[in-house]
Design a protein around this ligand. Sequence first.
Ligand code: RFL
Ligand code: PHB
Length: 392
Amino acid sequence: MRTQVGIVGAGPAGLMLAHLLHLQGIESVILETRGREYVEQRIRAGVLEQGTVDLLRDTGVGERMDRQGLVHEGIDLRFGGRSRRIDFNELTGKGVMVYGQHEVVKDLIAARLRDGGSILFDISETSVEGLESDRPTIRYRDARGEPAELVCDFIAGCDGFHGICRASIPDGVMSYYDRVYPFAWLGILAESKPVQEELIYANHERGFTLISLRSPTITRMYLQCDPEEDIAEWPDDRIWSEIAARLAGEDTPDLVPGPIISKGVTAMRSFVAEPMRFGTLFLAGDSAHIVPPTGAKGMNLAIADVRVLAGAFASFYRDGSRDGLDTYSDVCLNRIWKTQRFSWWMTSMLHRFEGTGPFEHRVQLAELDYVTSSRAASTTLAENYVGLPFGA
Ligand code: RFL
Ligand code: PHB
């Protein structure tokens, strides 16, 4: 089989890239190890930056998001037993959209299939070769286990943090920047009325908690926990009472416990691989960088990368220009590092760090007080949360 751009991975990066390429008349094939149902049910991110929302809308895949997504114009930061609101709309004129990542994935898959696109699910043993040639090739076994190959002009490595694309780049080419945090998030989805419309990010001596939602009847919540945490030790009652303890204080939000429909532990990491290109292989999304979820940035960064990459492929196929391909990595990394900084900063300000004492905790509280009382500082948080401009 032959195509122009071979895409490894049907997450938000790979699917959005295929969609944007299609709109430019460029052919692609997506290869995905998991089944369609699995990727459409995988519960992950939930907050879309304004730029991500605009791109989905402008490229014709925002219709269901506009009907079902929830526009948020601010968040609460809760500390010292009190909530203080950061008003994004007032500070930046922008907002965010709460709409599950798996819903974005469903919408993109539906659009791709409607447009006659090719997504091969349930493939295995993916490998890439010829990355320094103009005929890079992806080898794999198809859904029936038969060996197959896809010869491409370019390969887009959109296969997430644990994928094979980044790992196929020869040793010594890449620089890696990595930070692993000494805690994780225990995330739950519950059939329970959200305590309020907007998200609450709470700093507490017992650890961080985040109250989010997916709809007027589904709550999404996270608790800082140990990276080795055994979920079996977290029966529903314990989860509800721990969240309540971390929210306690003035005007305590009214938790309405309901059935918990999913539970999972997510490790927290900051990671960047540079450059995001080797020969005819281009990395995009989590395959090139990971952020801790505190700033709600991972999916947004993945979409931002492929917006730049699709533009670079478009100018190559339109007028043979390689400029966009050559600047892809630098253009993306400029914004990625600022977003890394924001995610690291939110994580540092809101979590309890084992081994640090009351002094560090008081400094965190002072920082939260400053961020929520100084217009300059609140604007800094707000403009990062709603998404930095492109090309800034
Ligand atoms: P994905 O989504 O991991 O997709 C990669 C795809 O590649 C497939 N794959 C392969 N396919 C073929 N051959 C191989 N060898 C392959 N190896 C892997 C995988 O099956 C998969 O389908 O990467 P992508 O597209 O770069 O998207 C990144 C986002 O998924 C990720 O950054 C976000 O989910 C992070 N994230 C959040 N991001 C936000 O923007 N806002 C949020 O509010 C937010 N909250 C979160 C999050 C991530 C979380 N978890 C669970 C990690 C909250 C959580 C709890
Ligand atoms: C979510 O709703 O899953 C969510 C919201 C905000 C974050 C991370 C995750 O910072």
